[in-house]
Design a protein around this ligand. Structure first.
Ligand code: HEM
Length: 440
């Protein structure tokens, strides 16, 4: 059977994607219109197929290659090959090494105190605005997430100086700007020059840290650069890995937290349940210890449901060099396969009333009823997110500190609109008022 989809257009599909407000929204529309398997046009992909059925997706879960052309925009950031599209033989050992640090408890425990201090500093700043001036959640929380990943990836208490953070912002604005053609205030050439300088600054900062590791000897598995150095990775690949970690962790983790607070603002009953749990588990303490996180089950369900409704990274892509059987359909060899995470999370077959915010979908009993790939905020397969466990620890910690201390309310009249900007971004930020809460 032919895979359904819209009739081909002469513009290669650009118009339809733009009209829908970006690829995220377009994929949701396509699946609502044509069902769980859809063929569509996309510049840079001759045959694109998107699959929103978690059972059918299993047949693609082994795919180990991303389409190069779609990730071309990141190539200038890397010195030793674009890490997003590395061939499998280079990617597999790199992934194993990354997971041995990022997914391991030792690294989370080691950085937990620093993460808590950074979060508390933001909470103190917000306390000054409590009751009279709304806070811009997305701006402040993506900045916090960047500080956290810098502290994590570069190590040490003061190894994430503001200059590194500023440089990374400049680099990112330039490269994401190119992708989305956001016209900045500067002429293009000047911007590109500043980005190149910032990139050099970042690489020099990483080199300094690598050199310190070399002279310091022995590394443990809680230290990303240390692990890369002891594995004998070349300096360019180490610099690239740090760059990729900052890039992958910064906006994703920030928006995961800001969307969660936004959804809780619209559901005060759920927010109250989470606050009660925090009072029970933390007592008088203002922040959880690492070991407390697994006791915060309400908070965990809320975070999961938020990432279902507002997946920070709303799609993934793979390439196949052989035909794949997909129930009634066949994906041809050479096709680009899309994982439309957002559309998968809104599939009404597995998520009744998908638009409703219902954290109880994530009790262990409910989770057991669903296919494995019904919920995939971190992607899946050999190119799935290596930072999933770290991101979860960070998001739970930040939410626990903020929800223990404040009540969040929407600002009347402020519209929050999800748009595509690499991650699922709120067009005009998420402004909320914070008021201090008193524990029971
Ligand atoms: C809530 C926060 C985060 C979300 C929702 C998220 C989501 C994702 C998604 C959807 C992908 C693509 C997966 C695929 O193609 O199947 C990805 C890739 C990746 N993420 Fe995350 N991520 C988050 C935080 C982090 C953090 C904290 C790190 C830490 C360094 C990280 C590192 C990576 C890396 C290295 C990749 C590339 C994977 C590869 O090509 O092997 N992410 N992430």
């Amino acid at each position: 059977m032919d895979i359904p989809g819209p009739d081909p257009r002469t513009d290669g599909g650009v118009g339809a994607i733009a009209a829908a407000g970006g690829l995220h929204h377009y994929q949701r529309w396509l699946h609502a219109q044509y069902g769980p398997v859809v063929r569509f046009q996309l510049p840079g992909a001759d045959t694109a197929v998107s699959i929103a059925d978690p059972v059918l997706l299993e047949a693609t879960a082994h795919l180990d290659q991303r389409p190069e052309r779609l990730f071309d925009f990141l190539t200038p950031l890397f010195e030793a090959g674009n890490l997003q599209v590395l061939p499998a033989d280079e990617h597999t050992p790199w992934r194993r090494l990354l997971l041995s640090v990022l997914a391991g408890r030792p690294s989370h425990e080691r950085h937990f105190a620093r993460f808590t201090a950074l979060t508390t500093a933001l909470a103190d700043q917000w306390a000054g605005k409590a009751g009279h001036e709304p806070v811009a959640l997305q701006k402040d929380l993506t900045a916090l997430a960047l500080r956290m990943i810098c502290a994590y990836a570069l190590g040490g208490d003061d190894a994430a100086p503001d200059s590194v953070i500023d440089a990374f912002e400049v680099v990112l604005t330039e490269y994401l700007g190119r992708l989305y053609e956001v016209a900045g205030p500067d002429p293009g050439e000047e911007r590109a020059e500043r980005a190149a300088e910032a990139l050099t600054h970042l690489r020099t900062a990483v080199d300094r840290i690598v050199a310190a590791h070399r002279s310091g000897g022995g590394a443990d598995r809680s230290d990303l650069i240390g692990a890369l150095v002891s594995a004998g990775e070349r300096p360019a690949r180490i610099r690239d890995t740090v760059m990729m970690s900052l890039l992958a962790a910064h906006h994703t983790t920030g928006v995961a937290i800001s969307w969660t607070l936004h959804l809780l603002g619209d559901h005060p009953d759920v927010a109250e349940r989470v606050a009660d749990e925090l009072d029970d588990v933390l007592g008088d303490r203002t922040a959880p210890a690492y070991a407390d996180l697994r006791r915060l089950t309400q908070l965990d369900m809320v975070l999961k449901e938020s990432m279902r409704l507002r997946p920070p990274g709303p799609y993934g892509a793979r390439e196949t060099d052989e035909a794949i059987d997909l129930g009634d359909y066949e994906i041809p060899a050479g096709a680009t396969v899309f994982y439309p995470f957002w559309a998968i999370h809104m599939n009404p077959l597995h998520w009744p009333e998908p638009e409703r915010f219902r954290p109880e979908r994530f009790t262990p009993q409910e989770v057991a009823k669903r296919p494995r790939l019904a919920y995939v905020p971190f992607g899946f397969g050999p190119r799935g997110c290596e930072g999933a466990a770290l991101a979860t620890v960070e998001a739970q910690l930040v939410l626990a500190v903020l929800l223990k201390r404040f009540r969040f309310r929407p600002v009347p009249g402020h519209e929050v609109t999800p748009v595509e900007r690499f991650v699922l971004w709120a067009a005009d930020d998420i402004r909320m008022t914070v008021t201090p809460r008193r524990a029971r």
